[in-house]
Ligand binder design. Structure first.
Ligand SMILES: [Zn+2]
Length: 79
């Protein structure tokens, strides 16, 4: 004999699984939208400043050897 509690439990489990998948899809969609927005903002910033590299190149200082951003003066040269 199938009890009412068993049926209610099964329905609850099915509902929980369904809700979990819906929630996961919503998280994935939000994450995708966020990544697309971030990429769009980066592309926009790159278009605004063509001379600015997206990633800063680091070069070793010829005097002290510490790594500094390319095109900038090292701290050892300022003092
Ligand atoms: Zn230096």
């Amino acid at each position: 004999m199938i009890s009412l509690a068993k049926i209610a439990f099964t329905v609850a489990v099915i509902y929980a699984v369904w809700y979990f998948f819906k929630y996961r899809l919503r998280i994935a969609a939000a994450h995708k939208a966020m990544m697309a927005e971030r990429a769009r903002a980066a592309a926009e910033a790159a278009a605004r400043n063509p001379g600015t590299p997206l990633a800063q190149d680091l070069v070793p200082c010829p005097k002290c050897g510490s790594y500094i951003a390319a095109g900038t003066a090292c701290a050892c040269e300022k003092t």
